[in-house]
Design a protein around this ligand. Structure first.
Ligand code: CMP
Length: 140
């Protein structure tokens, strides 16, 4: 099975509550390796561009405001089937629908402040990783 990379964000609701280490432990316990990581404060332009696919959605303005409200931790995760594995350990977007044992079930505050983001496909992972990391910053 192919080793794969995915892109992950630990969102402002989680960094505010000092949950970076607990979330990283859940990612690692799921078999994912954190091969790049940095803590940044996203600019409005970065958040608008990153979430550009949601521009027409009613929650877009609020989402951008939330994602720029505090620091985030952007990450590259590597492993077999990393995209799917990360989506499994994250749980459903809406924490009310997230399974027991998932990050969002454990930590998410709402459908917006849902603690983590993860790429939804290998194709989008490549695009999202390149948005925040250069090749030399990723150390497998
Ligand atoms: P994420 O996986 O980062 O992708 C889009 C984000 O928009 C989502 O997680 C939530 O943080 C946020 N969001 C807010 N409201 C909604 C909604 N109704 N449906 C989907 N995503 C939402």
């Amino acid at each position: 099975m192919a080793r794969e990379q995915t892109f992950s964000i630990i969102k402002p609701d989680a960094t505010r509550r000092n949950l970076t280490g607990k979330i990283n432990a859940m990612l690692e316990d799921a078999g994912l390796r954190i091969v790049a990581q940095k803590r940044i404060h996203m600019s409005q332009a970065q958040a608008e561009s990153f979430y550009g696919v949601h521009r027409e959605r009613p929650f877009f303005g609020s989402l951008v405001e939330f994602m720029t409200s505090g620091p985030v931790v952007v990450q590259v995760l590597e492993g077999e089937n990393a995209v799917l594995k990360n989506r499994e350990v994250m749980g459903a977007t809406n924490p009310e629908q997230a399974d027991e044992g998932t990050i969002r079930k454990a930590f998410a505050e709402s459908i917006e402040a849902n603690s983590v983001h993860g790429s939804d496909s290998p194709e989008n992972a490549v695009i999202e990783i390149a948005y925040f990391f250069s090749g030399t910053e990723i150390v497998g």
